[in-house]
Write a protein that binds this ligand. Structure first.
Ligand SMILES: Cc1cc2nc3c(=O)[nH]c(=O)nc-3n(C[C@H](O)[C@H](O)[C@H](O)COP(=O)(O)OP(=O)(O)OC[C@H]3O[C@@H](n4cnc5c(N)ncnc54)[C@H](O)[C@@H]3O)c2cc1C
Length: 397
């Protein structure tokens, strides 16, 4: 401790990732005094930056998440020329002939979602946060200690600053330090896959379509970017991912084109690559005396459906709705209700994506036939397709 005075807030948010930033914005717009503590130094992101190259990390933002971001003033702060709506989705698999085609026209919706670079999203959120009077944004400083009393929770940062509030929201991601400090139980499993991300140029245009091919070694997605490139998320079993990461650019482009069955012609250019370990997790308790987990701190899914951050935004949207009716964001009854509802919804999504990953990973020819039959059936049934699209637009809620 360096002797600095303790500062009091209504809510403390640990983590200014997309979900923590959205939660802080939502609370500050309801006039609560919020302090956000973020480990990374985000100074560069606070100012809009002209950067021609596209971020390797992008998110497929669902219409429901977009509506939340619009309410928070974030959507309008994004550079619209870099946001790419996708209107169609095509899904097919290795070893079969069937294909599923989803079209936003099915629901008379303008699109199925938008692809946004994570860097731009986070920058827009931080700028909005900095502009709100009730928000204290402390970046480049992590949580060091937590202490809970009957009425308040007290956080000390690694710089020795002490902050207190009636509620602490942990949005500090997969390895949540808050979750670990409180020893909250979590179910988890490794997929033994890595997701390779890379931006590529293709011979033919992406047609504002999100493409996904399920390979036996993992799903491969091509997501459309506003500059005409495609953002790739190629999830592959670890040995295959290691092989792919070791290839030179020419060999990688060829391997990628072949895995995608050259649906957009040859892959003619590619950026650098990055790889992420894949696992799932689900916290068994989200609420524990004056502490609430949200976002990846509470749940983590396979990226095959592009739903991770959307599920986190779904957490914030429900908090937004429940807290409207309450007297303060620390009301136990509302928070319990939130925990019950979101825990069930996100756990169902976690299991669904794990099951899909398993079903499409099985090499047995009988399963390939079954997958084919299932996909062909879904593709023929407008009602089923409409139901799937409708649920996807609403974040599987
Ligand atoms: C390859 C890949 C592709 C993906 N694609 C999509 C997609 O298309 N659509 C989608 O919806 N989701 C996608 N996801 C998932 C998505 O990235 C995550 O679900 C999302 O980032 C979770 O947001 P969050 O704010 O909860 O956590 P994070 O983004 O992890 O943010 C946590 C924040 O907390 C900070 N922090 C951590 N510890 C501390 C500490 N001790 N003190 C202070 N601060 C701390 C971190 O610095 C970070 O800023 C993808 C994931 C991967 C791996």
């Amino acid at each position: 401790m360096n002797g600095r005075a303790q500062r009091a807030f209504d809510v403390l948010v640990v983590g200014a990732g997309p979900v923590g930033a959205a939660a802080a914005l939502m609370l500050a717009r309801k006039q609560w005094r919020v302090a956000v503590v973020e480990r990374q130094d985000l100074t560069q992101l606070r100012a809009p930056r002209e950067d021609a190259s596209y971020d390797l990390r992008v998110s497929a933002i669902s219409p429901a998440s977009r509506a939340l971001l619009a309410r928070l003033g974030v959507w309008a702060a994004l550079p619209s020329e870099r946001v790419c709506p996708y209107r169609e989705m095509r899904v097919w698999h290795q070893g079969g002939r069937a294909e599923m085609h989803f079209d936003s026209a099915l629901l008379a919706a303008p699109d199925l979602g938008s692809i946004v670079e994570n860097r731009l999203l986070q920058s827009a959120m931080l700028r909005q946060l900095s502009a709100l009077p009730g928000v204290e944004l402390i970046t480049g400083s992590a949580l060091a200690a937590l202490e809970r009393q009957e009425e308040r929770v007290r956080l000390t940062t690694v710089d020795g600053e002490t902050l207190s509030a009636r509620l602490l929201i942990a949005a500090d991601g997969r390895g949540s330090a808050v979750r670990e400090a409180l020893d909250l139980p979590v179910l988890s499993g490794a997929y033994r896959q890595r997701a390779i991300v890379v931006n590529v140029d293709t011979e033919r245009p992406h047609r504002h379509t999100a493409w996904q091919r399920f390979l036996q070694t993992g799903p491969l997605a091509f997501l459309p970017l506003a500059n005409g490139q495609s953002s790739i998320v190629w999830s592959a079993d670890e040995p295959r991912a290691d092989e792919l990461m070791a290839l030179d650019d020419d060999a990688f482009r060829q391997a990628l084109g072949a895995a995608f069955e050259h649906r957009l012609g040859a892959v003619t250019g590619c950026s650098e690559r990055a790889a992420f370990e894949l696992s799932w997790h689900a916290a068994e308790r989200w609420l524990d005396h004056r502490v609430l987990l949200i976002g990846d701190a509470a749940h983590g899914v396979h990226p095959l459906a592009g739903q991770g951050v959307n599920l986190g935004f779904g957490d914030v949207a429900l908090l937004d709705a429940l807290l409207d009716a309450g007297e303060g964001p620390w009301q136990r009854r509302q928070l319990r209700r939130f925990e019950r509802q979101r825990k069930a919804e996100t756990f169902a999504a976690t299991q669904l994506f794990s099951a899909l990953k398993w079903v499409y990973g099985q090499p047995h020819p009988a399963l390939a036939l079954l997958r084919d039959a299932g996909m062909a059936l879904v593709d023929r049934q407008t009602l089923i397709k409409r139901w799937i699209v409708d649920n996807a637009l609403r974040n599987l809620a």
